[in-house]
Design a binder for this molecule. Structure first.
Ligand code: I6G
Length: 663
């Protein structure tokens, strides 16, 4: 029974904390069932720390209030290197010459809820929330159900009272799983893992908490630490030996090491299995900590070195409409500039008119803006209660803000479009930028700035004009900051771009719905441009990856006189490509098959796998049905795998897939 308990504890930790299960669900259930059977047969041998008991006691009427033996205070904050230098200086000011510049211990600042847990003679007795720091709520019933929390500490049986403090959190993967299940069951979703953890701990029915993927990370010993332990880093190592989960720590000396730890944590933040909102820095020596003491409600010997705020409030001053390459009209929120996620943000995309309606946002509103890592800033909330008087609902413009052509919102589509096509200067300009981009015709030396400038001066109107720039060499030299050498470089880059490939050329034309994969498929299917230009809608639909809508868009593109003229001009200017080998769809090995991809692949991104499958003639769909030919299942495959197994759809693992694509 003890060895089963040990194994279950290891696998609980791997599943709930590390999000790295080492065994399948059915193997786990088998272990658990074996333990339950033994416990049923030998009830007098049920161990107090058995994970089978971590399922939750009877519901409570209310949480009782408990006074902390030692106040549970919070940490001060610093937000930048200068503040950190000030913190270290304040520490030094209170230390003797010999004690100055102490070693610091640094760890992650986990974004959860602080909880104090007491053990008497090694047995869990009580868990209390921080509350107001003096008095918290008794959440023992819920805390006891946390799978990675040891309920019995073999090595602490001779300690009358041990108080361990730490953070209860919900790992990111568990949070996503919980919200996914809530959506499937039409239940309430949580805004973030912290709210989900808080909501779980505040349940009066402990079986609800037991069903939630919570984890406890210990960060300090506040009563009962053996005298032999003299530093915070050793205290954490001791907690780890007792069976607690602790986050990785680093002992640093001086501001540079502290700063570089902080920066390294920022780098690895996205890869961590849980949310953090900064790092914590503590004087490592516990005797020095006592000497430094507290200043009102904060320790003088520790502070949180927080990350820049990722969600901030600001005013949305205005909403402007931008016109994209294919005429899509997107609303852009003009913000009162604000620091978020470490950068100043003054524009935020509002995506489409539907999003404006969903958010119910107006110019003048106070909004919350979120930006994490490299992710594009987003309006996450509109503070309707703070709406000033006189704001007006946003309406979709009737005319294109650039060319005054009528705006259309095709039925069933989210994006409104300018109907002006290449008559619209905004679309002309975006089409030029797309044409020269790296993945299209790739005119490296002709930067966007110059291209727009040439466009604004009327020297370049269509992509074909790029190849006539050499006739304007004298005029180009007169542009500010464009000397003879730069002009020569630009012209040479344009000359070099004349030799291209058919897929690049098709992609560069900027046909709506034709990305790189479709461009390649078209090239390989038809073999040359005239065949594509004259293909019927039905013929286009036979190309892998081309549906009816895209086929119609391609067909319409090659029926527009203006487009034909531009293509002819480009070819006359010398743009050319080698003939490519035509691959009829029927010759492709996966022709007629429908595949679905799920889970994480170790050798390539899912998009890449999708392109490879499409290249072999398969259609790639987002959902499993009885018509699915095969499911490509990577690591951590979830509900799609279960559904595929249920429907008897063939499941292909990554190794088999790599063999199939000859990689
Ligand atoms: O709120 C806290 C989070 C993390 C802490 C803390 C901590 O150490 C990693 N440490 C102390 C000493 C306090 N609050 C008061």
């Amino acid at each position: 029974m003890r060895s089963l308990i040990k194994a279950l504890r290891i696998h609980n930790n791997a599943y709930y904390v590390l999000d790295d299960p080492q065994i399948s669900d059915s193997e786990y259930d088998q272990l658990r069932r074996s333990l339950i059977e033994l416990e049923e047969g030998y009830s007098d041998l049920i161990q107090p720390d058995s994970p089978t008991g971590q399922v939750g006691d009877a519901p409570l009427a209310a949480f009782s209030q408990v006074t902390h033996d030692i106040p549970m205070l919070s940490l001060g904050n610093v937000f930048n290197k200068d503040d950190l230098v000030d913190f270290m200086r304040r520490v030094n000011d209170r230390l003797s010459e010999a004690q100055k510049n102490p070693a610091y211990e640094m760890e992650l600042k986990l974004d959860g809820l602080a909880v104090s847990i007491k053990y008497e003679n090694g047995k869990f007795v009580q868990a209390i929330t921080r509350g107001d720091g003096q008095t918290g709520e008794d959440i023992s019933q819920n805390t006891k159900t946390i799978r990675n929390l040891p309920l019995v500490l073999e090595e602490a049986r001779d300690i009358d009272l041990l108080e361990v403090r730490g953070e209860v959190l919900m790992p990111k993967a568990g949070f996503e799983r919980l919200n996914r299940q809530a959506l499937e069951n039409d239940g309430k979703t949580f805004a973030n893992p912290r709210n989900a953890a808080a909501g779980s701990l505040r349940q009066l029915d402990p079986s609800v908490a037991a069903s939630r993927p919570l984890a406890f990370y210990a960060y300090s010993v506040n009563q009962g630490l053996p005298d032999s332990i003299a530093t915070q880093s050793d205290a954490l190592a001791w907690l780890k030996d007792l069976g607690f989960t602790v986050s990785a720590v680093q002992v640093v000396q001086g501001i540079h090491e502290a700063q570089s730890y902080y920066e390294s944590v920022i780098e690895s933040r996205a890869d961590l299995p849980f949310e953090i909102d900064g790092t914590v820095i503590k004087v490592n020596d516990l005797a020095l900590q006592s000497q430094l003491g507290f200043l009102s409600r904060e320790p003088r010997w520790a502070t949180a070195y927080k990350f820049p705020a990722e969600t901030v409030m600001t005013t949305l001053n205005n909403i402007e409409w931008q016109v994209g390459r294919t005429g899509q009209i997107t609303p852009v929120g003009k913000l009162e500039p604000v620091q978020v996620g470490g950068v100043t943000v003054s524009n935020v995309t509002l995506h489409n008119f539907g999003e404006i309606q969903r958010l119910d946002v107006r110019a003048g509103d106070t909004v919350s803006v979120h930006r994490a890592g490299d992710v594009i800033p987003k309006v996450t909330r509109v503070w309707h209660d703070m709406r000033p008087e006189g704001t007006k609902p946003v309406t979709l413009p009737k005319e294109c803000p650039v060319c005054d052509s009528p705006v259309v919102l095709p039925e069933g589509e989210a994006l409104a479009r300018c109907s002006g096509g290449l008559f619209c200067p905004a679309q002309q300009q975006e089409a030029l930028i797309h044409f020269v981009s790296r993945r299209a015709i790739d005119i490296d030396g002709l930067g966007e700035r110059w291209l727009i400038s040439f466009f604004e001066h009327g020297i370049v109107k269509t992509v074909a004009d790029i190849y006539r720039l050499k006739d304007h060499a004298e005029e180009l030299v007169t542009f500010e900051k464009l000397g003879e050498k730069s002009v020569a470089n630009i012209l040479a880059a344009i000359e070099a771009s004349k030799k291209t490939t058919l897929p690049r050329f098709i992609y560069a034309l900027g046909i709506r719905g034709v990305g790189e994969t479709t461009a390649r498929n078209l090239a390989e299917y038809f073999g040359d441009l005239p065949a594509i230009m004259t293909a019927s809608i039905e013929a286009l639909e036979a190309v892998p990856d081309v549906g009816t809508i895209t086929a119609e868009l391609i067909h319409d593109f090659f029926r527009a006189e203006h487009n034909i003229e531009v293509i002819e001009a480009l070819q006359q200017a010398g743009v050319h490509w080698d003939k490519i080998e035509q691959i009829a769809s029927a010759d492709l090995p996966l022709d007629g098959q429908t595949w679905v991809i799920t889970g994480t692949l170790s050798s390539m991104a899912r998009d890449e796998a999708k392109a490879k499958l499409q290249g072999l003639g398969a259609k790639v769909s987002g959902s499993i049905s009885s018509k699915t030919t095969a499911l490509l299942a990577g690591e951590k495959a979830g509900s799609k795998l279960t559904k595929a197994e249920k429907l008897g759809v063939e499941v292909v693992d990554e190794a088999k897939f790599l063999a199939l694509i000859g990689d």
